[in-house]
Ligand binder design. Structure first.
Ligand SMILES: [Zn+2]
Length: 332
């Protein structure tokens, strides 16, 4: 152990011994200090982030193109302050549309639940594809929202909080804890946290929402094997045979509740079936193109709905008629 590590260990345990911090806080302080990509005060260098991106994503099983992933990871970045509870950087990849006229901004995330490993296959496949593609939309992808849960293979983060129940929804204070106790029997896997947005991982996502201002959000999970959409209901959803469209509703503190119900930004939840679900790269490509299509349709619908509330013009009337028209499924 290096001199620095020995010093960090002695110091954190001395603080605990003198009662300045608790033993568990001492343990947490030590873990942060020993993290090679230590969050804390030091920002990771781009090389660190590239390496972290490639080394983390290659651990997820399934088919992928190593060389393309390597190239995609060269564009990995971290927003200031975006670290996990234990100080691991939460990296992202971004590819802007070549023409910005009608492009939508789509934010994709996976592994908000750290034990849903195969949800990371979607992000890995999409960033590897985007690196060589002229895309019709602008994409930002956060492959591992909950790196501590991913490492420990737990649904929750290092504070044992379900990050997807920790968003500061309008009904969090009044309902999150009560509903967790009542309908989930205080299931520890679904604990919403001590207060809204108490978790570093949630705070990081809030930074992304304000930095990227997404028009559409995609969150990837396992294992229900469906596509669940929190957004306008009257769209013509393109068929994707491996995963049917089924609406599940949402919870206090969940992403769908926070972005769609409270903010009118549609959220598509992709629930894979697990590692036996979609596996071929063509299926991932098609799923991405379908998602891009639903993003465009949703935006068109919401814009025409907003305009309908203002005095009508011929142009607005024809847009309203076209709002549910299926978009071609290509080009992401
Ligand atoms: Zn999940």
């Amino acid at each position: 152990m290096s001199y620095f590590k020995t010093l960090a260990r002695s110091f954190s345990y001395a603080l605990a011994a003198f009662g300045v911090i608790s033993a568990s806080e001492a343990d947490m302080t030590l873990k942060r200090a020993l993290n090679p990509l230590q969050g804390g005060q030091i920002s990771p260098t781009p090389i660190d982030v590239q390496k972290l991106c490639f080394e983390s994503l290659r651990k997820i099983s399934g088919t992928f193109d190593k060389e393309r992933l390597h190239r995609a990871c060269q564009f990995a970045k971290v927003l200031p302050g975006c670290q996990s509870t234990l100080g691991e950087p939460i990296f992202y990849f971004e590819k802007l549309a070549s023409s910005s006229n009608s492009a939508k901004k789509i934010l994709t995330m996976s592994l908000i639940h750290g034990d849903e490993t195969s949800s990371g296959t979607v992000s890995r496949s999409w960033i590897s594809r985007l690196v060589d593609l002229d895309s019709r939309n602008s994409w930002r992808v956060i492959p591992i929202v909950n790196p501590d849960g991913f490492k420990a293979n737990t649904r929750t983060n290092a504070n044992k909080v379900d990050v997807n129940r920790n968003f500061p929804t309008a009904n969090w204070e009044s309902q999150a804890i009560a509903r967790w106790k009542r309908s989930k029997n205080s299931d520890p896997r679904r604990y919403p946290g001590p207060s809204p947005a108490s978790e570093k991982e949630t705070q990081c996502l809030l930074k992304h929402f304000s930095d990227f201002q997404p028009d559409f959000i995609i969150s990837v999970h396992t294992p229900l094997g469906i596509l669940d959409f929190d957004g306008p209901k009257h769209l013509s959803f393109p068929k994707f045979s491996p995963l049917p469209w089924i609406s599940l509703g949402n919870y206090p503190g969940s992403l769908g509740r926070y972005m769609w119900k409270d903010r009118q930004v549609p959220v598509l939840t992709i629930e894979l079936k697990g590692s036996e679900g979609i596996s071929r790269l063509e299926e991932f490509d098609r799923l991405q193109d379908i998602s891009g299509t639903v993003a465009i349709q949703s935006d068109r619908y919401l814009r025409s709905k907003n305009r309908r509330q203002k005095p009508k013009t011929k142009k607005v009337q024809s847009e309203a008629r076209n709002q549910a028209r299926p978009e071609s499924v290509s080009g992401t």
